[in-house]
Design a protein around this ligand. Sequence first.
Ligand SMILES: [Zn+2]
Length: 215
Amino acid sequence: MSADSAPTTALLGFGDFGTHLVDLLAARFPGAARTVAPSDVDEVFGAGARSRTSCLVVALWRPAPAFCERVDGLAHAAGVPWLLVSDEHPALLIGPYVAPGAGPCFRCYSDRRVQHDTHREDTRAVYDAYDKDPEFGPSGHLPSHVRITAAIAHGIVSRPAGHVGRVTGVDKRNLALSRHPVVSRHGCHRCGAPPPPRDRLASLLGVRDLESTRV
Ligand SMILES: [Zn+2]
């Protein structure tokens, strides 16, 4: 790629689902996308990343939390947005679209999911197993699911406004669509959500008055 080339969308797929999806996306971005390998992630976000890469799409056949955490750190350091796409039975998840400096990060997304997961211990055990063994996970996918997911991902990457920090879900059992916002954690050092205004909260609660009267 020459130095004055326009930045392109980088596509990275894992597993049969991810590589199939990346192939479909590459066809939807003729001349404006390039496929990269996991070992190329450092190069994607290396020096001059913004001039080479407009966005990275990471398409996963199943969750890969440690890899996504690494991608998110590199993306924020380089200031390059990225989109997570994952087959996470029974849902296809497209998002969040992480735009460094403009919305919540992957770490906040992960923490919010744990917060709302009533089976968080089981989920953690499965995720740990995924991180330890790149080959471990469910096999097989329907081509129609990949086509649906690729169409949604293409729409988000083409027009990201309105999609920052949001996750679109497709229920594989009935193809029902859902859309959820990610709320940044207060005080997150990566996506910059400010800590709660403690002085204002104390004032609203009348804490100083309560302490002074020893109630
Ligand atoms: Zn964050």
